[in-house]
Design a protein around this ligand. Structure first.
Ligand SMILES: [Zn+2]
Length: 341
């Protein structure tokens, strides 16, 4: 699509970081590419399969590997190398934060969904963006009934991880977990699953709870600057997504439950004040485990201790604002056949 405004959609989005007027173009195969806003692009194939797929990245602006991965997939479709056979919504979440090379400009976008953007007095660009992204996902999924709805929200973590690639399975309110989705993640190299324990204000929970989508927050490795990611480390996910986009009949390979590691949340550590501190080192990797009784953190009078024999820490961040989660504590668990569908 030479000479098109879509030649470099990410650059166009970054040049208009908070807003971009909608436009659309045709694909050579008869499909439509609709730009809905900055970083938001919907592909309507001429003959779509039965899956409606949302691929989001850059919800945190400095998480470059997923942004580069989505850009490669988009360019493969626009150039005709990959035929898009599913309705597909690309979301490059926070172009302004990408421009600054930071996780967020004013507020963590991935804590602003399911209406959280409208709670409290604060108003900022990220809150407006969260409200709009909710509308776009709603418009995309509500365009038809009966399709399988999927949303993979791709991230990289700030710190190293004992298990490099992991996914958070949003709280299902008691509904069974999807064996096919676990097979998809496992064959994409994501072999560690963290089962959320309650409703949250993340993007993936918004799609799962609001639209019955199979939705996941997927952590693909560690944050690196643009251009310094090794695409080979993400090749399995990229290939799986290409299959999903290009072949309506594709299924992930057969899968056995012992191919994945599963954790459940056992406690959340919420920062209360500026006195908050952890009792482990700043550089600790995600999924580092502590024996029961280990003092984990304190905040004035309050202290947190490991309660389970092997309690592991995920996403520790003492720098969050007061009232926000400073860490998740998790323990290994097993999924049994009766918990799956
Ligand atoms: Zn992230």
């Amino acid at each position: 699509m030479n000479g098109s405004r879509l030649d470099d959609f990410l650059a166009l989005s970054r040049a208009h970081p908070w807003e971009l007027a909608p436009f659309s173009e045709s694909l050579p195969d008869g499909g439509q590419v609709q730009v809905w806003d900055t970083g938001v692009l919907c592909i309507e194939p001429a003959m779509p399969g039965n899956r409606d797929l949302v691929l989001s990245c850059g919800i945190h602006g400095n998480e470059t590997a997923p942004i580069e991965l989505c850009e490669r997939l988009l360019n493969a479709i626009l150039s005709g190398r990959l035929t898009c056979r599913q309705r597909l919504l690309f979301i490059f979440g926070n172009p302004a934060a990408m421009n600054l090379g930071v996780r967020e400009v004013e507020e963590n976008l991935n804590r602003l969904f399911s209406g959280a953007h409208a709670r409290g007095e604060r108003r900022n660009h990220e809150r407006t963006r969260a409200a709009r992204l909710e509308q776009y996902v709603s418009r995309f999924f509500r365009a038809r009934e009966g399709a399988e709805r999927l949303h993979y929200d791709l991230h990289t973590a700030i710190r190293p991880s004992a298990y490099e690639k992991f996914a958070i399975y949003p709280f299902t309110h008691g509904a069974p977990y999807s064996r096919r989705q676990l097979a998809f993640l496992s064959s994409a190299g994501v072999d560690t699953i963290l089962l959320a324990h309650g409703p949250t204000t993340t993007f993936s929970y918004f799609s799962a709870h609001g639209f019955g989508a199979h939705a996941f927050t997927v952590e693909l490795g560690k944050v690196m600057p643009f251009g310094q990611n090794d695409a080979r480390r993400f090749a399995a996910m990229e290939q799986n997504l290409e299959q999903l986009i290009g072949d309506p009949d594709w299924q992930p390979p057969a899968f056995d439950l012992d191919q994945i590691r599963v954790f459940r949340v056992c406690q959340e550590i919420i920062k209360q004040s500026e006195q908050f501190c952890f009792h482990f080192s700043d550089g600790v990797a995600n999924f580092s485990a502590f024996p029961a009784g280990t003092r984990l953190a304190e905040d004035g009078e309050q202290q947190w201790f490991a309660r389970e024999p092997e309690e592991a820490v995920v996403f520790p961040n003492a720098g969050v604002t007061e009232g926000q989660r400073a860490a998740l504590m998790v323990a290994a668990t097993t999924l049994t056949a009766d918990m799956l569908v």
